[in-house]
Design a binder for this molecule. Structure first.
Ligand code: COI
Length: 381
């Protein structure tokens, strides 16, 4: 796709929240990226414009049949002022896999990364400076054709919005409490479990509410057929350290192929930690826990980063993991991953991409006023 991205500047920028107020996904920046798709023109009219409500026909297909895919990635601010993205090409690859499953036309991943870099460069003053905080970037595509027959939409909109965020769970590094859901299921093989699509999350909400009512943070899903094998947690993949070995459920079509999951697997292999992607029976896991062999549990995700798990409940059994504290491996993974992401640890893996160079970013640290139009040169491609 070889089209130029237009930029419409707004007169008055928003006031930015204090860093202590951030939480997750509550505040949105000044601009968004948008482009449209039609059968005649393909993807067209890429633009960065002021963040604003989207006008859609009430018959638009997204409202009725949920034809949607989304992604989540983050921009991190390094100490020297550089702004970095983490493995954005992985998000684009996964977005196209989700598009294929949801019958949405493919995007040009390289072009969307270029648009994201341009948007983040314009929004550079929104990238938080505090440790553990970042600018969450949410690309998504919706079917926009006004039609009530069940068929793929003939038109789509891709949007990218940005939100300055802190910890997803609002607990910082305090371990989370997980409830193993044994009634509802999230996905089955052949379904859309591997795709990042809104329906998966809509279908999780009843169980999430149930878990919260019982005092837990999130649900751990079991397989949709036998209710025996562990799949993933509400907003993250899951890892177990059992008797010196790390286990995570294998990607079998019903589990989201997490980018943080993949990065953790690569780091563990690099460190020589024995790691297995396999079918994990919940019964066997609880047996291991009861024999004091379950050493650590942690979730992985872009939003969740590395979230240690302190408690697991399944039926009437509750296990306390690592004494309810953060385990050594979870801590090492958190520090290494966030260190690479925010530039304090040398990126030997080649995972980060610079969006704004240190000197440009310093200049950008001036008090927010009317934004400079970001020149192509200011964006490191
Ligand atoms: C992410 O980690 O980026 C996600 O999309 C999880 C989300 C449901 C908060």
């Amino acid at each position: 796709m070889d089209q130029s991205i237009t930029f419409t500047e707004k007169d008055q920028l928003k006031a930015k929240p204090e860093s202590v107020q951030l939480g997750f996904g509550k505040y949105f920046t000044d601009y968004m990226f948008e482009m449209d798709y039609s059968l005649e023109k393909g993807w067209h009219d890429p633009r960065i414009a002021p963040y604003a409500p989207v006008a859609l026909d009430p018959a638009a297909m997204i409202f009725h049949y949920g034809q949607e895919v989304f992604e989540g990635l983050k921009a991190y601010r390094a100490k020297d002022g550089r702004i970095l993205l983490f493995r954005p090409e992985k998000n684009m690859k996964r977005m196209n896999q989700s598009c294929a499953r949801l019958n949405i036309p493919k995007i040009d991943g390289k072009f969307v990364i270029k648009a994201i870099k341009k948007l983040v460069a314009i929004e550079k003053d929104w990238v938080p400076t505090e440790p553990g905080q970042s600018l969450y970037i949410r690309p998504f595509i919706i079917g926009t054709e006004p039609f009530l027959g069940v068929h793929p939409s003939g038109s789509y909109k891709l949007l990218v919005i940005c939100s300055p965020v802190g910890s997803y769970f609002g607990r910082n590094t305090k371990p989370v409490k997980i409830y193993v859901e044994d009634e509802f299921v999230r996905a089955v093989k052949g379904g859309v479990g591997f795709a990042k699509t809104s329906g998966n999350y809509a279908a999780s909400l009843r169980a999430q509410t149930k878990a919260e009512e019982l005092g837990f943070d999130q649900v751990l899903w079991l397989d949709g057929v036998e209710h025996k094998y562990i799949e993933e947690v509400g907003s993250m993949n899951i890892f177990f350290k059992v008797d010196g070995e790390v286990w995570t459920p294998e990607l079998d079509g019903s589990i989201l192929p997490g980018i943080t999951r993949d990065s953790v697997l690569e780091l563990l292999k690099k460190w020589g930690v024995p790691v297995k992607e396999k079918k994990i029976s919940v019964k066997k896991l609880f047996k291991k826990a009861e024999k004091q062999k379950l050493e650590e549990v942690f979730g992985t995700g872009t939003a969740a980063v590395i979230s240690p798990v302190g408690f697991l409940k399944w039926e009437d059994r509750v296990v306390k993991v690592a004494n309810g504290e953060t385990g050594k491996l979870s801590k090492k993974l958190y520090e290494t991953l966030t260190g690479i992401q925010n530039g304090t640890i040398k990126d030997d893996m080649g995972w980060t991409q610079e969006v704004v160079a240190a000197s440009t970013s310093d200049a950008a640290a001036e008090p927010a006023g009317t934004p400079d139009v970001v020149s192509e040169a200011a964006v490191t491609e």
